[in-house]
Design a protein around this ligand. Structure first.
Ligand SMILES: [Zn+2]
Length: 219
């Protein structure tokens, strides 16, 4: 099963994922160094919070969200954000920004003393909340996506997977305690057909995570 997905998922020469729906977001720009893709940031998002399959996340990333459609959207007026990928509850993949470009997903952030994680990271949004378990299909898809990224970008490794909360602990809690990092790492090892490599679990520890979060992702 994983082999089948991995053969379907690969990154093209122009940095798009084959098999993913494409909705290009204007909320992106060039990376300072296009070859420096060395971190994967996992996020959780739903709009309105706790509602799935609404199309509002895609609208937010496309600057077409109707702000007056829901009270929870009031804080999103004028917000310009994106991510490289969204994985829906059913595992549907949507790509918004080519991987060699800088998506606006992490906002003010720091990883191992390096500021501005958008410069050198890939941002992957899982449709969900901090407190509701992510779906089995999402874990399978995410492992397949990360496998494709590992195969394409040599500076990435299993130890360069973090949650948004890890790189912006004072502002963000996603993907939250509901995300099972060990399940992702095991999925990666299964897909790669090799023994699990030791993950950097310190980096996978979501410090201060709580069920509440802002729906805005920051840029
Ligand atoms: Zn986030």
């Amino acid at each position: 099963m994983c082999f089948h997905i991995r053969t379907m998922l690969h990154v093209t020469d122009d940095h798009w994922l084959v098999g993913a729906r494409r909705i290009e977001s204007p909320n992106a720009g060039p990376r300072p160094d296009p070859d420096d893709i060395s971190l994967v940031v996992v996020h959780g998002i739903s709009l309105p919070p706790g509602e799935f399959g609404t199309g509002c996340v895609e609208a937010l990333f496309s600057n077409t969200l109707a702000i007056d459609a829901h009270p929870a959207f009031a804080d999103l007026d004028g917000v310009r954000v994106s991510a490289h990928l969204l994985i829906s509850r059913r595992g549907r993949l949507t790509q918004f920004v080519a991987f060699d470009r800088r998506a606006w997903h992490a906002g003010e952030s720091s990883y191992r003393g390096r500021q501005g994680c958008n410069d050198f990271s890939v941002g992957i949004e899982l449709e969900g909340t901090d407190s509701m378990p992510y779906t089995k299909t999402q874990y399978v898809r995410l492992a397949a996506v990360v496998g494709a990224l590992l195969a394409r970008y040599p500076r990435l490794s299993v130890s360069s997977l973090v949650g948004h909360a890890e790189i912006a602990p004072d502002r963000k809690t996603d993907p939250g305690p509901s995300f099972d990092w060990r399940r992702l790492v095991l999925g990666l090892s299964t897909c790669e057909g090799q023994a699990p490599r030791a993950p950097r679990l310190r980096a996978l520890d979501l410090r201060g995570a709580s069920p509440s979060r802002s729906p805005a992702e920051g840029s």
